[in-house]
Design a binder for this molecule. Structure first.
Ligand code: SAM
Ligand code: SF4
Ligand code: SF4
Ligand code: SF4
Length: 403
């Protein structure tokens, strides 16, 4: 009998996205899935992880790692609101509890608050910075505004220039929504023009409940927000960028989705959760010590516990988290089980499985039409690159096909 593949947390490092600033932010991006989360703590107006809790988190997190490497990811809300001293404190604690392990830090930011001082600090401490940027000005400012309704584009670009001035490593995280999805090549060429080499696209798929403006978990019924990306358009967006990338940029520009698809063709375990068979090894830690199954499942019913009462290891190895991780594989609708791209897609992210079909036990993925379009569009070139890789040759050889 073929063994079934189950999520085994011991195969992965335990990974926690930490949000010591909670949902606090200087911007008000219309599509943000995290701003809502301030209402989980309606009675608290200060959302900042205390020094005691920070120490508890850092010591527990280092202890939870099975190997010698530890990756801290600082997220939010906007983590730069905490100030440099806060992160200096975190680095001191990492040294105190690290006991010779290799500790790396990444930080995800809207980049509007970057200064010379921040960049010197990041360079000196080898941080990798994720910058949120949705394209050129008209794309970015469409949804990424401050509370006064002003776009954030020019301050983000100043932030990127500072990162470059101090030679800080950065990548781009770009949300794909109903507006910027119309401009794939303009966006891709813009990213290249500012020297971005590592680009991740993140599609917006969110719903609000019938009686609330708040975002709801996939298990509930609600209306798709107007800023969510239409499924097929998302597939066309990725495909248009792929067409330029495969002709000109393989080996120079790295687009996470393309890397993931290629990994699927060569049979590698996917590094990105959304395209792997199971998930559940990346949890989210709120400022008050509450740990949730995933950053996109910060809802009361997905709370695993609190680091004041249980350890990160206990919570990540709990039945609740194992079931969460395995559900990605066990709750696939028939359409996925019969799909020729299952080995590349694995039903994508459970957060997006929200389309109920009469007679189907499990809902289908909202992005499915777009994903199928993209997998079909890229198939022949991906197979060519996979063959090159399997013969120890460079996938970039694919560009010779175009003369
Ligand atoms: C919640 S933010 C926190 C970090 C920081 N404030 C920033 O904007 O980079 C993390 C990432 O999620 C992205 N994001 C926000 N809302 C999203 C949504 N509804 N769907 C997909 N990505 C989203 C943001 O653009 C950002 O890249
Ligand atoms: S900057 Fe980040 S946390 Fe703030 S509103 Fe925008 S996406 Fe959300
Ligand atoms: S629910 Fe989605 S984002 Fe969360 S861990 Fe699973 S695949 Fe990743
Ligand atoms: S492309 Fe669609 S049907 Fe195929 S595995 Fe992905 S979500 Fe399922």
């Amino acid at each position: 009998m073929k063994p079934t593949i189950q999520f085994n947390p011991l195969q992965y490092p335990i990974y926690v996205l930490s949000k010591p600033v909670g949902a606090a932010c200087n911007l008000r991006c219309a599509y943000c899935y995290y701003l809502d989360k301030k209402d989980l703590h309606a009675k608290q107006d200060q959302t900042r992880m205390t020094d005691t809790l920070l120490e508890k988190f850092i010591s527990q997190y280092i202890l939870a790692q099975p190997g010698p490497q530890v990756l801290f990811t600082w997220h939010g809300g906007e983590p730069l609101l905490l100030g440099i001293e806060y992160f200096q404190k975190a680095l001191n604690l990492q040294k105190k509890y690290g006991r010779g392990r290799q500790i790396d830090n990444t930080l995800q930011t809207n980049a509007t608050l970057l200064t010379d001082e921040w960049c010197r600090f990041f360079k000196a401490n080898n941080f990798l910075i994720g910058v949120s940027l949705d394209g050129p000005q008209h794309c970015h400012d469409h949804y990424r505004k401050n509370a006064a309704g002003e776009g954030s584009f020019s301050s983000v670009l100043k932030g990127i220039e500072l990162l470059q001035k101090y030679d800080v490593d950065f990548n781009i995280l770009s949300v794909v929504n109903n507006y910027n999805v119309q401009f794939p090549l303009e966006i891709y060429r813009f990213f290249k023009s500012i020297g971005a080499q590592f680009i991740q696209f993140s599609p917006v798929v969110e719903r609000t409940g019938a009686f609330t403006q708040h975002l709801i978990p996939p298990s509930e019924t609600g209306d798709i927000t107007p800023w969510s990306v239409p499924s097929l358009e998302y597939g066309k967006f990725l495909s248009a960028i792929f067409d330029e990338w495969v002709r000109k940029d393989v080996g120079n520009v790295f687009v996470t989705t393309f890397d993931n698809t290629l990994a699927g063709y060569v049979g590698e375990e996917n590094a990105t959760c959304i395209f792997s068979k199971t998930c559940g090894h990346a949890a989210a830690l709120d400022f008050n010590g509450d740990l949730y199954s995933c950053d996109h499942f910060v809802f009361p019913q997905y709370k695993l516990g609190n680091i004041n009462q249980s350890t990160i290891t206990e919570m990540m190895l709990s039945n609740a988290q194992l079931q969460f991780g395995n559900a990605k594989k066990e709750h696939l609708p028939d359409s996925c089980l019969q799909c020729q791209y299952l080995h590349l897609c694995h039903g994508e992210c459970p957060k997006n499985r929200i389309v109920s079909i009469p007679g189907e036990k499990y809902p289908e993925n909202y992005l499915c039409d777009g994903l199928k379009y993209y997998f079909n569009h890229t198939e022949s070139y991906m197979k060519y690159m996979a063959t090159e890789l399997m013969h120890d040759r460079a996938p970039a050889n694919v560009m010779t096909l175009f003369g």
